[in-house]
Design a protein around this ligand. Structure first.
Ligand code: F6R
Length: 367
């Protein structure tokens, strides 16, 4: 059942090129330059004229929501708010008729997400779902949506469901942007091409970086705390990296936008603190390189996820993991892979039950 792997988590990490491909299959057609998402198309008009889209989710799915916020704002020029379902449901949120609520959930059974959606639906909102489990409660409650095709996820820590969510959210954002004409034909074609190239690029990471990541995991397995930093599209990935580490290794970790470092967390930096920078080449690259220099000046141990061939970052980092070059819009689907693997291998090094971390359930059906 584990397909020859020691753990479901590793199997599911390795399945990601397929899960991402399957989530685009029959939807993205690179020859015809089309995206087919019937559920979304049905509500395209309402989405295009929405004053705002509210994304509701929990945990890793909430991190996917944060990436979607950047994507939808940038590409579709629609205001997006990302809400923890548990907070949204209890604070008497303002929801009006015709508001678009986008739910993201692997299991489709998360209690807080489900109730938040029920409340919004009763106020007349349009509920769209990005869900992995077919026929689940959230899928049934949604007016429309697009399934992720990650396949069953058994490991308690979400991996392939997350990258499948990002893939579907990219498709939705690009589709709506094309309909709204907030991107031109050239950019549209470019984005479709970039997205189609993702499965092969993920495969490249898996084929080339595993020994290196394992070595880094051995080196840092006894660290007490970790800091994860990223900017822009990689900021939610820093949060996701920290969450994955907490779950799988029980090491305390925090994720921050890199520039927020100066407003507090930099006080933690000393020669014992590993700091993971998600620092791929994008419009913020120069800025994050100066954040790396700031941590280095305080003797922090720098582990950097970088774009291959980035000699400057290589020179600054104590350890680095290289990933293929990609448009910053799809980069999070790639940059999260080394962080999943780092947590996995550190968990294994620490003899932890990586598939079933203590105190956690695969789907949180009680609040
Ligand atoms: C983290 C993890 C959880 C879930 C969260 C939401 O690895 O798996 O944080 O992402 O419980 O679950 P779903 O997506 O099923 O609503």
């Amino acid at each position: 059942e584990k397909g020859g792997y020691d753990h479901f988590m590793l199997k599911e990490i390795i399945e990601q090129p397929q899960a991402i491909f399957d989530s685009m299959r029959g939807r993205l057609d690179l020859d015809k330059l089309t995206i087919t998402l019937s559920g979304i198309e049905q509500y395209a008009e309402q989405i295009c004229k929405a004053n705002r889209i509210v994304i509701v989710s929990c945990g890793t799915s909430w991190h996917a929501g944060l990436v979607a916020e950047y994507l939808i704002e940038e590409l579709c020029r629609i205001n997006v708010e990302v809400e923890y379902a548990s907070e949204f449901r209890y604070r008497n949120p303002i929801v009006n008729e015709g508001d678009v609520i986008l739910a993201i959930s692997q299991s489709g059974e998360t209690a807080d997400t489900l109730v938040a959606l029920e409340n919004a639906k009763s106020k007349g909102a349009i509920i769209l779902g990005v869900v992995n489990v077919v026929g689940s409660s959230i899928a049934r409650l949604s007016h429309a949506g697009a399934y992720t095709h990650a396949g069953p996820e058994i490991g308690v820590a979400s991996t392939k469901a997350f990258t499948a969510q990002l893939t579907v959210l990219e498709l939705i954002a690009i589709k709506i942007a094309h309909i709204k004409k907030t991107i031109d034909e050239q950019q549209y074609a470019h984005l479709l091409k970039e997205l189609s190239a993702v499965p092969d690029k993920v495969q490249t990471i898996l084929d080339t970086q595993l020994p290196k990541i394992r070595e880094i995991a051995r080196k840092y397995k006894d660290a007490r705390d970790f800091l994860y930093l990223g900017r822009g599209y990689n900021f939610p990935i820093a949060l996701e990296g920290a969450l994955k580490l907490k779950e799988i290794t029980y090491i305390h970790a925090e994720g921050y936008p890199a520039a927020e470092m100066k407003h507090g967390p930099i006080a933690l930096v000393d020669e014992n603190l590993p700091v993971v920078f998600v620092a791929t080449k994008d419009r913020y690259h120069e800025k994050i390189v100066s954040n790396i220099q700031e941590v280095k000046a305080r003797k922090g141990r720098i582990i950097a996820v970088i774009t291959e061939g980035d000699e400057v970052s290589k020179g600054l980092a104590e350890d680095y993991i290289e990933i293929p070059d990609a448009d910053e819009i799809v980069a999070p689907i790639l940059s999260v892979i080394p962080l999943q693997l780092l947590s996995y291998y550190m968990g294994v090094e620490r003899n932890q039950d990586v598939d079933k971390p203590r105190n956690l359930a695969k789907s949180v059906t009680v609040e």
